[in-house]
Design a protein around this ligand. Structure first.
Ligand SMILES: [Zn+2]
Length: 247
């Protein structure tokens, strides 16, 4: 009985040691793998922001272009109306003796002048609108250009950091493969791996007295005793991590 307990103790200590040896690598491995996910996501988000601003510039310029066409149409219209006005004025001058005809021409002249004046006001308002749109587009374009510079620099940093993280992952994965040589029962490994991913790369926690050094909660005495006995993997009831005693 005592021999069996002793063997179990030795076995569990070896498992715990093997897990702690993996943990030395896994914290950094987890961090590097997180970087490999975070960096491209961050770049995509920044790119989307930049694209949004560029789309705004394009939209403002498109509206401005549309209004310029309207301004041109109004100018063409008033040119035609002015020509027509001159013609009617000439006709009115020529028919000074015909009171009824003169009155009709004068009515046409008033109508034309009013139409021209209204069109000119519309044109001026549109020109002002075009100027405002161009100004707004210019502001956004300048900001987009500045943002693009920042983004390009950020993007180069991302490339560099990604390369570093990839190298780190490769290095740590190779190292991990070597350490996995130690026999870890599949159940213990599955437990360790599950906690590793739910606890951001740290599946083990040192026990200092009764305090878990990962979450700083106090552990019940009976659990401390079980950790000290060393015949099973004991998890912190608060943070779930596998507890070990200071070496
Ligand atoms: Zn804990």
């Amino acid at each position: 009985m005592r021999a069996a307990a002793g063997k179990l103790l030795g076995l569990m200590q070896a498992v715990l040691q093997a897990l702690l040896s993996l943990q030395e690598i896994d914290r950094d491995l987890f961090r590097a793998q997180s970087e490999l996910k975070r960096l491209p996501a961050e770049r995509t988000a920044k790119k989307a922001e930049l694209d949004k601003r560029l789309a705004r510039v394009a939209e403002l310029r498109e509206r401005s272009k549309g209004l310029r066409v309207r301004v041109k149409e109004i100018e063409d219209l008033t040119t035609t109306q002015r020509q027509r006005l001159r013609k009617v004025e000439n006709e009115a001058a020529a028919s000074r003796n015909d009171v009824a005809l003169l009155a009709a021409f004068q009515h046409q002249i008033r109508t034309l002048k009013r139409d021209i004046s209204t069109a000119e006001e519309d044109g001026l308002r549109l020109v002002e609108e075009v100027e405002n749109l161009d100004k707004e587009a210019g502001t956004h374009a300048a900001q987009a250009e500045a943002d693009k510079k920042v983004f390009d620099e950020f993007s180069r940093n991302v490339d560099r950091e990604m390369a570093q993280a990839q190298a780190k992952v490769a290095e740590l994965t190779a190292l991990r493969g070597q350490r996995m040589g130690a026999d870890i029962p599949s159940e213990a490994l599955a437990l360790y791996t599950r906690i590793l991913s739910s606890r951001e790369g740290v599946a083990t926690a040192e026990l200092d007295g009764r305090i878990c050094q990962a979450c700083y909660m106090q552990i019940p005495v009976n659990l401390v005793v079980r950790v000290q006995r060393g015949t099973e993997l004991v998890q912190c009831p608060s943070c779930d991590r596998i507890l070990f005693l200071p070496g």
